[in-house]
Design a protein around this ligand. Structure first.
Ligand code: XIL
Length: 531
């Protein structure tokens, strides 16, 4: 009987997962799932419908490259790229820009113009400034420089490389044109650990040290079934994200040998699905691996057959827009990979101070990588208690679920259980029954923090007079006045007590379970895809 119920539950879970698009699942992960697209297919209903249903990010496959967007001296042609951006806006998809500096798809007027390196540098500055300015506020991330390295780790010699330091220069120009855009260096065959990825890592490390505006590394991932080296990919994403950089998987496809009608064997499609599954699982281990994009999405339109004769069937949808095994494995990875948490994300909800927790403290926990896509705010029950499970989320302190105030992916608030005792507590986060890793936090008697009027943790405090008016310079408290200080983290002995404040005696009321507005200012280290 018990087994019967269990299998029904598993079936229900599987059905729920099957019903969710990649996009819905990625929203719960707070990550981008993208596809490269060509606007000439937008009029095809199945193309536009699949793209907008399954993906929350779009990138032009060609339209933003130098040749199409800047075809003549002083002549820019934004139409095709603009329609990608418009499609993205219409369907609430983030837009990635690709690419500003590349050796390929550069027009003859540049390559055959007989320009000196200095003149080329001026041309490139104008190009980057014009294109990035045109899309400022609309393109959230740019592949600024594409394929700049050789396989042996040396710099590729290109039309642009005559100027020493051109990669850094390009990043600086792009940053000036749109300081909010995330800037990437993108390459192929540098997904795992090898001479090329070592060179990119070294450059990235140097740029981070010198505050050159580089925010992430793009891993193209044009795979065959034989060139994946996924252990190396894991290590490479680990070392890049350890620099504080984001990683975007930018051009994923897995090409297969196909017959004359473009069909691959079921066995190869299964191998391909396993590669898609493994790639997703590795990325989802790292909170800073924030975007997974396929190069196209349907085998109907893919660069593979034209570029690698005899190969094809590389993408998650077939030529009739039907999901392939690769699609199902992307979906199940997104639905089942464990959420990831870090102890540094646990902060006092009033002061945003971290490092330790106290019993009864209201905390805000930044960073969990899987949760409700929309903010869900708890209601207290008739006895004033907040729930221990909210929108599928639980936060466990030594296994005891905290009462929760609000939850959404990457940010939840709750009350450290009053039973929590030191010296340390093991914290785990759970979403839809899937547990995160465990982190340990010191438990201290008290970590007092006073709420602030704008919930920023700084500025004017949430202190009211007896008429419930904020005590401010204009409404100053006088000696002998009773005031209320909204605070948390006082520990077990400070539920309501008299304390001496600078100007007299005041009532300090610890308000456990106080609902605070969600922070508009997510601390920098917990921002992921935010611009
Ligand atoms: C490819 C496009 O898919 C093709 O349509 C075009 O003819 C050539 O470029 N790495 C990249 C992409 O960074 O820009 C390339 O796109 C594929 C390899």
């Amino acid at each position: 009987m018990v087994r019967y119920y269990v299998s029904i539950a598993v079936l229900a879970l599987a059905l729920t997962a099957a019903a969710q698009s990649l996009r819905d699942l990625a929203d719960q992960r707070g990550i981008r799932i993208g596809a490269a697209a060509d606007p000439s297919h937008f009029t095809e209903t199945a193309y536009a419908g699949t793209l907008s249903r399954e993906f929350n990010q779009i990138e032009p496959e060609n339209a933003m490259k130098f040749q199409p967007i800047h075809p003549g001296i002083g002549a820019y042609s934004f139409g095709q790229a603009d329609s990608i951006v418009a499609f993205g806006r219409q369907h609430s998809m983030a837009v990635r820009g690709h690419t500003l500096v590349w050796h390929s798809q550069v027009p003859d007027w540049v390559t055959k113009g007989g320009y000196t390196p200095e003149q080329l540098s001026t041309i490139l500055q104008d190009h980057i400034n014009t294109v990035v300015t045109h899309y400022a506020g609309q393109v959230y991330a740019w592949d600024v420089v594409n394929e700049a390295f050789n396989d042996d780790g040396t710099l590729r010699s290109t039309i642009w490389s005559g100027t020493p330091g051109y990669i850094e220069q390009a990043l600086r120009w792009a940053h000036t044109a749109d300081p909010a855009a995330l800037l990437f260096v993108n390459d192929f065959s540098a997904e795992g650990i090898n001479a090329k990825s070592d060179a990119i890592y070294k450059m990235a490390q140097d740029f981070v040290t010198r505050s050159v505006p580089l925010h992430g590394i793009g891993l193209q991932m044009h795979y065959t079934t034989g060139n994946t080296n996924l252990t190396g990919v894991d290590l490479n994403i680990q070392r890049l994200t350890a620099l504080g950089l984001q990683v975007h998987i930018t051009e994923l496809d897995v090409r297969l040998p196909v017959n004359s009608s473009g069909t691959a064997t079921p066995a190869l499609l299964a191998t391909q699905a396993q590669i898609y599954r493994d790639v997703m699982a590795i990325c989802l281990k790292y909170p800073l691996c924030t975007s997974i994009q396929t190069w196209g999405f349907t085998d109907r339109y893919s660069w593979i057959p034209g570029t690698f004769p005899g190969f094809g069937a590389a993408l998650p949808f077939d030529t009739a827009y039907q999901p392939k095994p690769a699609y199902t494995s992307m979906q199940s990875s997104l639905a089942t990979a464990p959420p990831v948490i870090a102890s540094a994300g646990m902060l006092n909800a009033a002061s945003y101070a971290g490092g330790a927790v106290a019993p009864g403290e209201i905390v805000v926990f930044f960073g969990p990588t899987f949760g409700p896509a929309a903010l869900t705010v708890a209601q207290s029950d008739s006895s004033g208690n907040f729930p221990v499970e909210l929108a599928g989320v639980r936060l466990l302190f030594d296994g005891v679920p905290a009462r929760l105030i609000y939850a959404r992916t990457g940010q939840i608030s709750g009350v450290v259980p009053f039973s929590t005792a030191g010296p340390a507590v093991r914290v785990q986060y759970e979403y839809q029954g899937i547990l995160s890793n465990a982190v340990s936090l010191p438990v201290v008697a008290a970590v007092p923090g006073i709420f602030t009027l704008d919930s920023s943790g700084a500025g004017a405090s949430a202190i009211l007079d007896v008429a419930y008016k904020p005590v401010t310079e204009a409404n100053a408290a006088r000696r002998g006045d009773a005031i209320q200080i909204f605070a948390t983290g006082g520990g077990l002995n400070l539920s309501e007590t008299n304390v001496t404040v600078a100007r007299g005696r005041a009532l300090l009321r610890m308000v456990s379970g106080l609902g605070m507005p969600i922070s508009s200012s997510v601390p920098r280290q917990f921002r992921r895809n935010l611009r």
